[in-house]
Design a protein around this ligand. Structure first.
Ligand code: ATP
Ligand code: MG
Length: 375
């Protein structure tokens, strides 16, 4: 390979990763620490299928990033490895958000060959029933983000379709629903609830110690030995715990930190790399919030974006030249304080020689993306 090739740096010697795919959020690990109880409950719901009995349909709820999706995938993968009486079908209701699309997916999973579009729902339903009778295994359907279905009445009819299958077809199908909304079952009609959400399983947030354990197991397989110190894992766990015990943000930050380290050709991932990774994730959400700022906040942010290190006196005069009505000094201070508190800007004390000290303001979010968001 020629040395000047722009891809030659992708051949870096100092990779910190053994295999970064272990950090991807859709990866299903071989072990799920701190979910033993939840996994046992799921096994208890599904194991009757091994003896040709009815499955207990289950509703799984809890905050984001606490292992709901991965635990169901894990249990059903093991079930499929163990027996061919059941097979799982994973449907995310963001993508499968209509009654017809879900019924079609189930019918095809059970061996029909329906086109994705164009048939009447009744026709799809009867084809689905027929293929369920013939397929020779029990499909267990995971409806992830199931609250999406309740947003409109036509897709919420799907739950009644499934109820009919469960009640009249002697449960030739198993249903596992997942949602962030713990209150969801109480929003369901009693009959739907008692058939499709027979068992409710709540996943709670992870504590910092639990996150440490989970993260260090993933780090062990994803990174080269000794590329990630314990301190880095501790910081990732602490930060994720503060964000509500969300394991996904921590894994994403570790992946990003590893990539930053590689880009610098460093042999270790440091706390600074991790901080940068978390900050850039934060700035994505900050940028999304720009449109909710008020008029003055937006103008001041723009002024600071255009002149990094500007002091409040100068901000005041730029503002006055832009607007006919000058900003009251008190209001100027308040707006700057709001922007700083929300992490859009940072202030530093700088000395002006014998004229004393002043505050200089700099941006904490990427300038180009911010200006685009403001325009
Ligand atoms: N106990 C655990 N052991 C190992 N990895 C875990 C564990 N819990 C969660 N994870 C990992 O954390 C990430 C988020 O988990 P998952 O996708 O299951 O969250 P979720 O509860 O479904 O969140 P959401 O409600 O946002 O969909 C995944 O990468 C998953 O592999
Ligand atoms: Mg999920």
């Amino acid at each position: 390979m020629s040395k000047s090739n722009i891809f030659s740096r992708s051949n870096i010697e100092n990779s910190v990763f053994l295999d970064e795919r272990y950090l991807y959020s859709d990866f299903v690990p071989d072990r799920l620490p701190h979910r033993d109880k939840e996994i046992d409950s799921l096994v208890y719901c599904f194991e009757p299928v091994l003896k040709g009995r009815r499955i207990t349909n289950v509703f799984v709820a809890g905050p984001t990033g606490v292992g709901k999706t991965v635990s169901l995938k894990f249990v059903l993968r093991q079930l499929e490895d163990y027996s061919d009486r059941a097979k799982s079908l994973y449907l995310n209701c963001f993508e499968y958000n209509s009654r017809a699309s879900i019924l079609t997916a189930i019918a095809n999973f059970a061996g029909a060959a329906l086109p994705r579009r164009g048939l009447a729902t009744d026709e799809i339903f009867s084809t689905m029933l027929e293929s369920l009778r013939k397929c020779g295994f029990v499909p267990i359907v995971i409806l992830d983000e199931v609250d999406q279905l309740l947003l409109n009445s036509s897709s919420s009819k799907l739950l009644y379709d499934l109820l009919r299958v469960v009640e009249y077809e002697k449960q030739s199908i198993g249903i596992a629903m997942i949602s962030n909304d713990i209150e969801l079952p109480s929003k369901l009609e009693t009959r739907v609830k008692s058939s499709l959400a027979q068992n409710t399983l709540i996943f709670n947030s992870y504590s910092p110690d639990q996150l440490k354990k989970i993260l260090s197991e993933r780090v062990d397989v994803a990174f080269v030995k000794s590329a990630v110190d314990k301190e880095v894992i501790d910081v990732a766990a602490a930060r994720a715990a503060r964000l509500g015990g969300d394991c996904r943000v921590a894994l994403e930050a570790l992946l990003k930190a590893g990539r930053i380290a590689e880009k610098e050709n460093a042999s270790k991932v440091t706390v600074q790399h991790l901080q940068l990774a978390f900050d850039s994730a934060d700035s994505v959400s900050l940028l999304k919030g720009v449109k909710h700022l008020d008029e003055d906040e937006k103008i001041l942010l723009k002024i600071i974006a255009n002149e990094s290190g500007i002091n409040s006196g100068k901000i005041y005069s730029v503002y006055s030249s832009l607007k006919k009505e000058p900003l009251k000094e008190r209001r100027l201070r308040d707006v700057l304080a709001v922007l700083e508190k929300q992490n859009y800007i940072e202030s530093k004390q700088v000395s002006m020689g014998n004229m004393g000290k002043t505050k200089a303001f700099v941006l904490r979010v990427p300038k180009d993306s911010l200006l685009k968001e403001l325009s």
